[in-house]
Design a protein around this ligand. Structure first.
Ligand SMILES: [Zn+2]
Ligand SMILES: [Zn+2]
Length: 235
């Protein structure tokens, strides 16, 4: 379609179906209004991926790490803040992918603040959904975040992981069941080149870190030198 027609089409669509902020439900030029964006609560502190104790840059303690482990995890918002959970739930279950585009720049700033990346050896990848869930939702929220961050951070975006088994939502499970739920649910995509790379692994919410850890294990088994988990929120 000609860009002029696209603009006219969008203007008509907006007049007929005004956009509402996913959090406060007020009419807004964006899927998340500026006021609600400013009121999302950041996490109190970054934490070690293993012992979950606060740690300045979310680095995995030397005494906590083991083979094929995440090196660092950075989370932006506190999921217990009602605006944060509302944003994520509405974005995912009311099918509003634009809500995630609004918060991605904050994640890019978090990465810039807490990491020192060699852009030539780094790639960014989303945690994949199983293809059935992806088809049902029509988008992967982690991919929306990761694509936008790739542009901001000037690192290549690549979908290097596959989820070949459907898993239950981690939040609904007891801690002990979370590891078994995600065990061996990922594999490396054919032709994915992760050897000696730093991989930024993006997801929307982390609870125990089990899903990120499982994905990191696959990457490390294929020679990735560093895996940094990046999540929009931590529960
Ligand atoms: Zn709002
Ligand atoms: Zn630790």
């Amino acid at each position: 379609m000609h860009p002029l027609f696209t603009d006219v089409y969008n203007a008509i669509l907006q007049a007929l179906l005004p956009i509402r902020c996913v959090v406060c439900k007020q009419e807004s030029p964006k899927a998340l209004c500026a006021a609600c964006l400013s009121l999302l609560s950041p996490v109190q502190a970054q934490c070690c991926a293993v012992c979950h104790t606060p740690n300045l840059a979310g680095l995995t303690h030397a005494t906590c790490t083991h083979q094929h482990m995440l090196d660092q995890v950075l989370s932006l918002y506190d999921y217990k803040n009602v605006r944060v959970s509302e944003l994520i739930i509405a974005g995912k279950y009311k099918f509003i992918p634009d809500a995630f585009s609004e918060v991605a720049p904050g994640l890019s700033r978090l990465v810039t603040q807490y990491t020192d990346l060699d852009n030539t050896q780094t790639l960014i990848t989303p945690l994949p959904l199983h293809r059935y869930r992806q088809r049902w939702r029509g988008f992967n929220q982690a991919a929306i975040l990761a694509r936008r961050m790739a542009t901001d951070l000037k690192v290549p975006y690549a979908e290097v992981l596959l989820r070949h088994r459907q898993t239950k939502t981690q939040k609904d499970l007891q801690k002990a069941d979370r590891l078994t739920n995600v065990a061996n649910c990922f594999s490396l995509a054919t032709q994915a080149d992760v050897h000696k790379k730093t991989v930024l692994l993006v997801d929307d919410v982390t609870t125990s870190g089990s899903t990120l850890s499982e994905a990191a294990k696959i990457l490390k088994q294929h020679g990735t030198s560093q895996v940094i988990g990046i999540t929009l929120a931590r529960d």
